[in-house]
Design a protein around this ligand. Structure first.
Ligand code: PEP
Ligand code: MN
Length: 339
């Protein structure tokens, strides 16, 4: 349910509604808008004899409306304005298209420092790099772990770029949170509900990637797990889905961008590197994603893709990334955005 307060509701009225929601056994999520406060009451309704509609009689309440979508807090019904998520000093979800770039994995000092300097120079504003890698084979490079985080922090010190890096295991949350600015939940963990709840209890912004076989509805329900724990700083990332097509690594679902933008207030970004799996398709799909309304891009860039330990074939060289950025600025301008 959404409890919409009157524009002249007092602080005391709002407090009373919040305490009543809690007494009835629901969680209260408060959104303070410019004109009025809206309170989302969400939780398990089973076994609760009291109906939230009764809150409508409290002082200062304008109306109580049900949220029809199964994802409550993620829905536009709950919050009509776009959410802006802050990562370091970068804002994702406003008019600027945010470019996140960096290698698939952090491999060594020279690689991450050289690559991060190059992406910064080209105009990226967030650095990506995996220290804990979800590899298909247990015999493949698994990431440098804490050493990788340390190298990312060193790159941040040199370039000033905030860092996003993947978390695979709840046990690593403290150490990853210590070094990074944003937690990435990868495609393989998009429906790992224990991990989603865990990051939902942290105060770090979360980049949630779409699972390779999750529907848009399931993707939004995954976001709901994080939001329902109290962490409202979630950015969604379309990264391609599994289909019958084998010419590309995944089928980049461009449709998902306008569909998600309609259904949710959360920022939506696109990852055409994993979405296509081949460096030569990354730029066209990056441009298409901006035209379709994406709030940002995540692009894999490696200073020497030919010797990358993971995803070299889909990684752009710095020169190609610079060219992408130049074209991306033109597309952004054409659709009323900027980079
Ligand atoms: C990655 O970002 O390197 C990654 C593993 O992505 P995904 O989870 O989308 O496969
Ligand atoms: Mn990768």
């Amino acid at each position: 349910m959404i409890i919409v307060m009157k524009s002249d509701a007092t602080k005391v009225d709002i407090e009373k509604v919040i305490s009543t929601v809690k007494e009835l056994g629901y969680k209260a999520h408060i959104i303070e808008g410019v004109l009025r406060t809206v309170i989302g009451a969400v939780g398990d309704e089973r076994g609760k004899p009291h109906h939230l509609e009764a809150i409508g009689i409290l002082s200062g309440v304008e109306k109580v409306v049900p949220i029809l979508q199964p994802y409550k807090l993620a829905s536009r019904e709950f919050k009509s304005e776009n959410t802006v998520v802050k990562v370091g000093n970068v804002e994702i979800g406003d008019n600027k298209v945010v470019i996140i770039a960096g290698p698939c994995s952090v491999e060594n000092e020279e690689q991450i420092i050289e690559t991060s300097k190059a992406v910064k120079e080209a105009g990226a504003t967030v650095l990506r790099g995996g220290a804990y890698k979800p590899r298909t084979s247990p015999y493949s490079f698994q990431g440098l772990g804490e050493e990788g985080l340390r190298l990312l922090a060193q790159a941040r010190k040199i370039t000033g770029l905030p860092i996003v890096t993947e978390i695979l295991d709840p046990h690593d949350l403290d150490v990853i949170a210590e070094y990074s600015d944003m937690l990435q939940i990868g495609a393989r963990n998009a429906q790992n509900y224990a991990l989603l709840r865990y990051v939902g209890r942290s105060n770090k912004p979360v980049l949630l990637k779409r699972g390779m076989s999750t529907t848009i509805n399931e993707f939004l329900m995954a976001a709901e797990y994080i939001l329902s724990e109290g962490n409202h700083n979630v950015v969604l990332c379309e990264r391609g889905i599994r289909t019958f097509e084998t010419a590309t690594r995944n089928t980049f679902d461009l449709n998902a961008i306008p569909v998600l933008k309609e259904k949710t207030h959360l920022p939506v970004i696109a990852d055409p590197s994993h979405g296509t799996g081949y460096w030569q398709y990354v730029t066209p799909m990056a441009l298409a994603a901006i035209a379709a309304g994406a709030d940002g891009l995540m692009i894999e860039v490696h200073y020497k893709p030919e010797i990358a330990q993971s995803d070299g074939g889909q990684s752009l060289k710095p020169s190609k990334f610079t060219a992408l950025m130049e074209r991306a600025k033109l597309v952004a301008k054409a659709v009323g955005r900027e980079i």
